[in-house]
Design a protein around this ligand. Structure first.
Ligand code: KG4
Ligand code: ZN
Length: 341
């Protein structure tokens, strides 16, 4: 077991229920994953083509205690041996968040443990703490998930400054929505990525909105153009090459992410780049950012694919840092669906 025994927050339990994964993890010293249990609701939502909030909350309620118990079992620790509890308190679906927050409050109160509330997006960023060489600020962060697409400057003092964000759909949302139109199921990002592998990414021209002079993104234009192209082809009975359409769509979205990240590196002069969130699992994005960073002599920190999508180990890692800085959440801690970083 890693981590110094004199560390007052050596063992932190993380709890995550902001969307469609019920997750709990035990992390030692903010760096070593002892357990990382995820009960995915994906099959439940798949029939609807996206997450149904009410179903998500109900399922979190059914799963959360089992998942926590499993995380403690796998880590080989009891509740009494923990030194803190960290829980995602926003942003996310309010009913889903409330399940995790109420559970964490009950556990912390009952076991007399310090409690800390974590912003889900900060959690995603802190998944980079599990890399062999963990990053330190100052750095640029590209956060790309199903609900968020943001460029953040992680300042020397640990604070976050938002440099740009999407004006409409998040990158993951744009991938999910188009995949749904194509009948590829949910989540769409991985499905489009698989389909793209055999396609030609240059066969169809799709417009991208570049919002010049800003570090903001817009994905609704390319989404509408791709949907229109698909619907026209269906109407005319002239089938398109699906893998190529998927590849062109993915190329447009990844291209926009890479282009704005390059501009943000240029504007800030940051020499470290962190990439996190579900879309950071995308191989094409990973590869292009690797090439960009090599060219610019920037250090790149991307978590392993399994830690890019929602999990509770990242919440425990973020919690460890906040608890160590003396932060505590009161038992009045609430769910904050629109919480900003
Ligand atoms: O971070 P995450 O697990 O949940 C949110 O906080 O939203 O991100 C989920 C998003 C979904 O939109 C999903 O389609 C996308 O991440 N995603 C991917 C890949 N894996 C997950 N997008 C592109 N390529 C992937 N391999
Ligand atoms: Zn997430």
């Amino acid at each position: 077991m890693d981590g110094c025994r004199s560390d007052p927050f050596r063992l932190v339990l993380g709890i995550e229920t902001s969307c469609d994964e019920t997750a709990a993890a035990v992390v030692a010293g903010g760096k070593s994953i002892l357990s990382n249990v995820i009960a995915s609701q994906v099959p439940l939502h798949q029939v609807y083509g996206g997450v149904v909030p009410e179903i998500a909350s109900r399922n979190h309620l059914e799963q959360v205690n089992l998942v926590i118990w499993e995380a403690l079992q796998q880590a080989g620790v009891t509740l009494k041996e923990l030194q803190g509890v960290a829980v995602t308190c926003g942003p996310g679906l309010v009913g889903a968040l409330l399940v995790g927050v109420s559970t964490a409050k009950g556990l912390a109160y009952g076991a007399k443990l310090p409690l800390v509330g974590i912003n889900h997006m900060e959690g995603h960023l802190m998944a980079t703490m599990f890399l062999e060489v963990a990053p330190a600020p100052p750095a640029l962060a590209l956060l790309v998930s199903g609900g968020h697409t943001e460029l953040i400057s992680w300042e020397e003092d640990g604070s976050f400054v938002r440099l740009g964000a999407t004006k409409d759909d998040a990158a993951g949302e744009a991938l999910d929505k188009f995949a749904r139109v194509l009948g590829l199921g949910y989540p769409g990002g991985p499905a489009l990525e698989r389909l793209s592998l055999t396609g030609d990414p240059r066969s169809y021209s799709l417009p991208t909105t570049s919002l010049p002079q800003t570090l903001d993104f817009s994905f609704s234009g390319v989404k509408s153009a791709a949907v229109r192209l698909w619907q026209q082809s269906q109407g005319l009975g002239e089938p398109l090459d699906l893998p190529s359409l998927a590849a062109c769509y993915q190329r447009a979205i990844v291209g926009a992410l890479v282009e704005k990240t390059a501009a943000a590196l240029q504007a800030t002069g940051h020499k470290r780049l962190l990439v996190a969130g579900g879309v950071a699992a995308n191989s094409s994005l990973r590869l292009q950012l690797k090439e960009l960073c090599a060219k610019r002599e920037v250090e790149l920190y991307i978590p392993p694919i399994a830690l890019c999508t929602d999990n509770a180990a990242m919440i425990a890692a973020a919690g460890y840092r906040r608890l160590s800085r003396g932060e505590r959440a009161p038992l009045a801690l609430n769910a904050y669906p629109r919480m900003v970083l």
